[in-house]
Design a protein around this ligand. Structure first.
Ligand SMILES: [Ca+2]
Ligand SMILES: [Ca+2]
Length: 228
């Protein structure tokens, strides 16, 4: 059995990480769950099933990234007949229900990264994960002045997020990261039966979202979103 497993794990070959260009928002983003400001912004699909290791088309999720001088913005459009969540408190384990998740590694070295989850009730969990020199998982760490909003719709739920850049000061990278690339992963946990999870990512990974080397490459362009 051990050898079978070894064969399985060593034969895992993933497609290379995805790439995305995040444009500068040409008008103010109002974090209210209404995504009309995002209409012309290129989207990616969060549809890589990390257990089946392939893209699926029965669960639709569209994600976008923008930025301005103050904030990093992320939006998700989740198609879902029945968005499900019960957790309302900060730092509840949102991934045990349905949620979207963002992973942010500003330096791109996998040593430290931020995990942020938002659920259909607009509850938030934010965690700083330190992998080197020693593994630490800081649930009490918070993103300050974070803004999130969720809008329920007939066919799903939309999420809008603004993260002030200064939350990343300790990473010692240029802020905002104009013409720089950060490693970012965009994810969704869907549980059609309220139990069995389907773990979906934008950039391909396997078994877990916590593989910073598989995060996508997001380039923050100085161009505005209307002129990509
Ligand atoms: Ca809005
Ligand atoms: Ca927290």
């Amino acid at each position: 059995m051990f050898f079978l497993l070894m064969t399985y794990f060593t034969s895992v070959t993933l497609p290379p990480p995805e790439s995305y260009t995040a444009y500068k928002a040409e008008r103010p983003i109002v974090v209210d769950g209404d995504l009309s400001e995002w209409e012309n912004v290129p989207y990616v699909e969060v549809n890589y099933d990390i257990e089946k290791m392939k893209r699926v088309d029965n669960i639709k999720t569209f994600a976008r990234v923008l930025w301005d001088k103050e904030n990093l913005y992320i939006s998700f459009q989740c198609k879902d007949d029945e968005p499900w969540a019960t957790i309302t408190k900060r730092d509840g384990f949102l991934w045990e229900e349905e949620a979207v998740e963002v992973f942010i590694d500003p330096k791109g070295d996998g040593a430290r990264y931020v995990e942020l989850g938002v659920n259909p009730l607009n509850a938030v969990d934010d965690i700083l994960i330190i992998r080197k020199p020693k593994y630490r998982w800081l649930l009490n760490w918070n993103l300050f002045d974070l803004k999130t909003a969720v809008k329920k719709k007939k066919d799903g739920w939309d999420v809008e997020i603004a993260i002030p850049w200064w939350n990343f000061l300790s990473f010692e990278v240029p802020l905002p990261p104009v013409e720089q690339t950060w490693r970012i992963q965009l994810c969704r946990v869907e549980r059609p039966d309220h139990k069995t999870p389907i773990w979906l990512s934008w950039s391909p990974t396997y078994q877990t979202f916590h593989k910073p080397e598989t995060f996508g490459k997001v380039f923050f362009s100085s161009r505005q979103d209307a002129h990509p």
